[in-house]
Design a binder for this molecule. Sequence first.
Ligand code: PLP
Length: 492
Amino acid sequence: MTKTTTTDSQSQNLGDMPTNDFRRHTHQFVDWIADYFENIEQHAVLPDVAPGEIRAKIPTAPPLSGEPMENILPDVDRLIMPGMTHWNHPNFFAYFAITGSGPGLLGELLSGAFNINGMLWKTCPSATELEQVTMDWLRQMIGLPNNFAGIIYDTASISSLHAVAAAREQLTDLRIREEGLAGRADVPRLRLYISEQTHSSIEKAAIALGLGIAGVRQIPTDENFRMSSGALAEAIAEDRRRGWRPFCVVATVGTTSTTSIDPVPAIADICARENLWLHVDAAYGGAAAVVPEMRHLFDGCDRADSIVMNPHKWLFVPFDFSALYTRKPEVLRRAFSLVPEYLRTSQDNQVENLMDYGLQLGRRFRALKLWFVLRYFGWDGLAARIRAHIRLAQQFAGWVDSHPDFERMAPAPFSTVCFRAHPKTIEVEKLNLLNEQLLEAVNATREIFLSHTKLREQYVLRLAIGNLRTEERHVRRAWEIIQRQLEEIRLE
Ligand code: PLP
């Protein structure tokens, strides 16, 4: 393809792209995106590229002169599309399958256009106030009481980091904010409790907050991968005897591997008795709380000190968007508020400045995309979609359960199913290898994408449903492919 070179007017213009050009290109881009959505099934869900292949096609030197957009858009097709894993694809069943949505994307576009920095109320009153209102809508939708305040971060990892920092800040006698932790003989070792199924983000938070990996104690889980509350109580008692200072427990509603649900009411009792901060990680599962008949899975969450859920996982808000709720916003504020002179405003006594509630100063206008999604789909519409995903997952679980060569490896309370092939003629020691080969073969078709985990040393396949485009025919097709690939491996 011949490249158009920079026009004279482009090189002489010292401002932005002229608005007429912007209008023209945006229409073109939006058409491209709509076609992409419409024809998503013509793409393989997984790309067929070797490491380094995409990079090798892109110049290593930066462009010296500007290029017209006419040159750039075709390069998305030529250079970028070949290396795309299509998370928008209805056959994406790996990890936690997520989708953005039309209204969410429009919110994202508008937020990009405004390009505000919502660090202070004054730097964009609409961003602060829409965040407060939409986070309160979401709070009502997931059934948290009105003494919870919400704040938006980018990811659950960062939300949980802030929650653990607040838990640490609650130990006011240790003056950690003022004195730090390093080199202090007067501070006991702090202990945070998780289960062996907890997401790695909590250990990362412990690393970042100076607790170290040793400051995190993993509690065993029961046969359904739920934290044992008895073992938790014993571990806390033992740690206290040995001079540790327990300060926080992280329970999960919807663990990453199996979507198991920790016994939050029992854990909340322990936290109340022991005066520990309870953080609930409902990054994935939390979205299901908008479905009234699923609400019981969240019993006890109203007693948490903080809870995170990710609208970008299963509430159709485009990545990234994580919602942290806390009953103790003042503790979170105490942990992070530090206001230099140049950020003081005359409204400081009347408003919330959201920079006070986190590590980052600058904040995107993320609330717009949540606002659009909540208004466009409505509470009912969101609940109906999540309910449909749960129904499809239960259907898949039923097919696994009734097939003689497959077995389910964990309960499936949400829309993720853990299973493996287990033909009766194969020795148990060979099952891990067989399932590893099965996953390889299934994904090598590039027609569907599944991921795996290990549960008690057993290699397990995971099928997660969370995509707005996934229908029953896609799940049926996935099941056909899985069965066919197993047959082919066994014939080899
Ligand atoms: N918590 C749980 C339970 C998760 O499953 C995940 C990711 O899948 C996370 C936290 C981390 O999410 P994020 O990518 O938003 O940091």
